[in-house]
Design a protein around this ligand. Sequence first.
Ligand code: SF4
Ligand code: SF4
Length: 339
Amino acid sequence: MNNVTNNGRHELLSVVPLDLPYVIYVDVCGYCNFSCSFCPCNSSSYKQNERHKLLDYHNIERLCEDLGGGECQVIYLGCFGEPLLNPRIIDMIHILKASKACRELRILTNGYLLSQDLNEKIVGAGADLVRVSIEGLSADDYWKFCKVKLDYDKFISNLNDLFMRSRGTATKVSAKIIAAGLESNEDLQLFQKMFSSITDTCFCENISSGWPFFESGLKKIVGAGQLTYETADEAAKHVCSYPLTHLVVFANGSVGVCCSDWRMDTVVGDLGSQSIYDIWNGEALHAFRRKHLLRQKAEASPSCGVCSMYPPDNIDNDAEKILRRLESLENYSSKVAKE
Ligand code: SF4
Ligand code: SF4
């Protein structure tokens, strides 16, 4: 295909506007059983009452109605909290897979609640990927970073159990550690030694402070791992492409634009009263995209104004063309005008 870049991504200029987002993060539980110092989930009191919710199952049914058989590439269950705390998580995996809401269904978890019973259910429900965030290499690390008492041997044993149960199924298991959880390159090697035999992939992520208005204190070990997100300086990008490709469903059912927006600053709709299709094609999101494409990100939302996270796509040179294209499409404008 000529609209695929050499890293396998679609060139956005040639595919926008998308009928539906490529990627949707669904925060099925907005709170967490850990209190990691580098994460605002429990470490900030800002909007805690709105953030610390369990997503109602009805919202997942609504997503399935709109997305079934469509173009959504990936749905992540988990974003700002711990998804396995939602008692209906297995039902959610089942219905999302059965309705073909996305090509890949991925679960982002701290892994604390993994057990033989839950592992069997996760694999049986057909999750495509379980990504476990590893916060340290010992129980002491978990206490230091997450303020949680962890039986580390049991944790490893449950992860191993998940891996073994997933053999011969569609489910893949991955382990991710952030560079802040490592003291040295020796630690990185130890991490790889500990996790490479009980996961399909294990990797270290070098992240910059990704939470607007929250000082994570994360350090960065250059060369320790891959960069999932890049800072604006490193990437020399000025226009964020997330509004063209991503959505996030917050645990209270409202819908925003990106997985950095823990403050719920980018809200453009609500699943309680709108379909995901209407939100994606609605005026609020179009106005938000417009600000970004015009390089007025601070006017899109306060968080965007201070954000240093940029997705992999660089659309700086295409922003004007994309905006012209969006605004010249008759059906796009009429959809917006109907709101
Ligand atoms: S486990 Fe993840 S969601 Fe929970 S507090 Fe730590 S970083 Fe945040
Ligand atoms: S600028 Fe930052 S906060 Fe705004 S949509 Fe992009 S990644 Fe999210």
